[in-house]
Structures are given as structure tokens and as C-alpha cells.
Design a protein around this ligand. Sequence first.
Ligand SMILES: Cc1cc2nc3c(=O)[nH]c(=O)nc-3n(C[C@H](O)[C@H](O)[C@H](O)COP(=O)(O)O)c2cc1C
Length: 184
Amino acid sequence: MTPLRLAVIIGSTREGRTGDRVARWFVDQADRHDDLSVTVVDLGDYDFPTSYPAEPTASVRAFVGEVGRADAFVVVTPEYNHSFPASLKQAIDYAYDEWQAKPVGFVSYGCRSTGLHAVDQLRTVFTALHAMTVRDVVGIDLLHGDPTPPHVDQLRQDTRVLLDQLRWWGLTLRDGREARPYVS
Ligand SMILES: Cc1cc2nc3c(=O)[nH]c(=O)nc-3n(C[C@H](O)[C@H](O)[C@H](O)COP(=O)(O)O)c2cc1C
């Protein structure tokens, strides 16, 4: 079977961000699963325009292409003022059809919170895009340190649960998209 193509989107582009370290830790876990083909989509690598362009720029097309190729997503998001960062919303809005009938999971983090406010708001956004958000989240409170003991065992377990749900939805929806056109 063709491995499930999982795109891990790093949502923070902040200078000195923690997001790349959180994403690296997660990708290291996900890469241990032979049935997943993991790609990192780092929003910090894209030179997006400051205003929403009338015609997609090369960087917008490149991002949309990555979304279109993926079967499933993990969005790595911090919490900023009880929401998710603007960099993430900017990128999400560039694609539409490419998100449809695909599952989205979350690795979220914050200071004192584990980023669940950000995740709740992202669920609303992805519902508007006909994407399917999976129930369980890997949530990290950075005040407990990055993914390091003693929390690492729990986070690894949470990662297994997230990947199991993404795999089920990802394979099921991939078959569904192949069998019949989506009804958006
Ligand atoms: C503008 C801003 C707002 C923040 N608001 C929250 C918040 O509401 N809840 C929280 O738990 N942490 C909050 N934090 C802490 C961030 O989650 C933490 O700094 C995290 O490292 C940010 O992700 P990044 O380093 O990948 O950009 C905030 C940080 C920033 C920069």
C-alpha cells in the first residue's frame, strides 16, 4: 500500500520560535512508522506576500502544492493570546479544495496552557474548509520544558494515539476521494 503522505506544518514563523524544535521532536516520532511518508512544511520557508494576492505568487503555489499532495496533516501550533498565530491563518487561507476530505491533527503548545484554545479555533477554520479534524491532540505546556522526561512518555503515547486516528481517517478518506468526488 502507498504510505500515507503526512504533511507536518510548522505554524510559527516567529524569530526565536520554539515551534521548529517541537516539530522536530514530533517528526522524529512519526518517522518511526514505515506506513507514513512524512514531509515538513515550514511556513518560515515561504516568502508569502504581505497582502492576499489577486493571482497566486510562486510561494503561494508552492504551499498549495504541498497541501494538495498530502493525504493528512499535523499542524504544529503555538497559542498566542488564546488563539493561533496569524502566520498560520495566512497560509491556510491560500488553499481550499486541497484541504477537502482530508484529516488534520494538532500538536499544540503554550506557556501554562497546552495550546487548546488555538486548537479549538483551528477546528472551526478547518471545518469551513471541509477538512476533518481528529479528536485527540498532543498538547505541550512549555513551562514543563520541551518534550523531555517525565512528560515524554505521556507525549509519546499521545503521539501514537494521534497518528492512529490520522492513519484511520487518512486511509479511509483517501479511498473515499478515489471512489467518488467529494460533495462540497
Ligand atoms: C504574542 C504571544 C502571545 C502568547 N499568548 C499565549 C497564550 O495565550 N497562552 C499561552 O499558553 N501561551 C502564550 N504565549 C506563549 C507562547 O505559546 C510561547 O511563547 C511559544 O513558545 C510560542 O511559540 P513559538 O515560540 O513557536 O512562536 C504567547 C506568546 C506570544 C509571543
